[in-house]
Each structure stands twice: as C-alpha cells, then as structure tokens.
Design a protein around this ligand. Sequence first.
Ligand SMILES: C[S@@+](CC[C@H](N)C(=O)[O-])C[C@H]1O[C@@H](n2cnc3c(N)ncnc32)[C@H](O)[C@@H]1O
Length: 287
Amino acid sequence: MLSEIIEALNPKIGGKFIDCTLGGAGYTMAIAKMVGAKGKVLGIDLDVNALKNASQKIKDSKLKNVILAQGNFRNLKELAVENFSEKQKFDGIVFDLGLSSFQLDDESRGFSFKGERPLNMAFGPKSENDTISIINNYPLLELTRIFREYGEERMAYQIAKAIVDARRTKRIEKTSDLVSIIEDKIPLRFRTKIHPATRIFQALRMETNTELKNLEEVLPSAIALLKKGGILAVVSFHSGEDRIVKWFLRNNLEVNILTKKPLIPCAQEAAENPRARSAKLRVATKL
Ligand SMILES: C[S@@+](CC[C@H](N)C(=O)[O-])C[C@H]1O[C@@H](n2cnc3c(N)ncnc32)[C@H](O)[C@@H]1O
C-alpha cells in the first residue's frame, strides 16, 4: 500500500519520519527520497538480515538520510532517543505489520510451510517465545487458544489435540512435521484454496513474536513522539491487529482519525499480491 502510505504521510523536504517495520525498505526509501538531504528517516527492524539487506539497497541508491536501527518497535521511545535528540518530535510514524516476503522465502527459518525448514518463526535473534517450545510444550488448551485467536481456525482444538498426540512419540522440529500433522487432521471437505497450515503458521508466528502485545505497547509511544499535525499510519493484516489500532485511536483524545473506515488495497494490488488482500490502513493525525 505504498502509494496510500505516501499520500497519507505526505512527506515534505526536511521532514523527520520513523518506519517501525523497515523490511525490504520500500517505505523507508520512498520517504527518504521525498524528505531530501535535510530530512531523516529512522528505519527499525528486529530482523538482522532485513537490516543488512536494506543497508545495501540504501547504499546503492545513494541515500544519506536514513538511519537504521535493530530492535523491537515496542521500545520505540528508546530507539528514537538513541538516534535523535531527546526532544525530537516526528512528522510521521508508520507501521507495516507482520512478516516480509523476504522472511517468508528464507529457508533457514520456518515462516513458510513449503519444504522442510526449522520451526523458527522469530523475527529477531532473540524472542520471548520460541516456536519449537510453543509447539512441544504448550498445554492443549493454550495451543487451542492461539490457533483460535490468532489463526481464526475453526478446527483449533482438533489440530492442537493432534499436535499434543504426535509430540508424545516424537518432538516436532521441522515445518514439514507440523504440516503433515495438520494435513492429516483437516478433512478434504474442509479444505479451501488456502492451505490448511496457513492459519496455524500465522498463529504460531504471532505467539512467537508476541505481535499483538508489541502493537498495544507501542501505540501510545508513537503518538507521544509525533509533532502536532504529525501522522500515524498503520497497515495491519490481521483482524486482532486492526481492532487494537481502531480502538486505540477511537479512545485517544489526542488524535483526529483520518480514515473513518480502514483503507484497503486497490483491485490491482490485491490481484498482484495475495498477501495485500487482507491489508487495512488506518491513519490519524496528532492534535
Ligand atoms: C511487512 S514487513 C515490512 C515491509 C516494508 N514496509 C517494506 O517496504 O519492505 C514487516 C517487517 O517488520 C518487522 N517487524 C515485525 N515486528 C516487529 C517489531 N516488533 N519490531 C521491529 N520490527 C518488527 C519484520 O521483521 C519485517 O521485516
């Protein structure tokens, strides 16, 4: 939703922005080009590989006004203070939540259910939970809860039960082990165009990275770091994330909501990029 984001943020020469989810640096570089040499963009990501990759792209494009920082956006205040003066306020802060296509394709990690990959769904080098221990140690009802809440999976209990039964005989360590357990459990009549493992993988990724908690914690700091008239833009891909953003904005007296209903991608973007289909953009300005 790059064009919608740029339209919402409306970066001007000399502007200061934070991209809390750097990823492939698409948003960061687009903003950096617009704010010119006097402006600055701080790009944050938990993922060391994403930072390396972005750093090369930024170097190749000769942009000198981007600062990159490794860290969890949950600690936004600290990351901003480490890289700017304590009093610095920003013209815009953007979030493009979830995972990047680069992470999905990374065979050393387990974000995709294709192939035989280690079950590691952490964005960063350290995460609060690790995916293998979630799968092998969480009690049945806790697994059911995350599959239901984060995966919106109708067969959450049945799949959790199949995992608990399977791990009694063999520790589950590879994505392929998990995929076979799920495929065996979902009858053909319940299969849709979406692979049955998609929702379970999403749930495990969200639990591994405590994604909803990070979002809840960062939103007040993001507003505090904005100038008057500064813009907050959040692209979410999950109904739980969108609900957090919606209610945070509705209950916040310091903001004016610019998107009464969330913006969704245009038909062309949705057709070209399946992941974009569930994207929702909410934008607000600080009063
Ligand atoms: C959807 S991608 C962003 C894509 C980016 N807008 C672009 O133009 O390429 C999301 C990125 O956010 C990062 N991320 C997710 N949660 C994070 C968190 N709590 N703190 C820092 N980075 C996070 C992921 O590692 C991933 O690289």
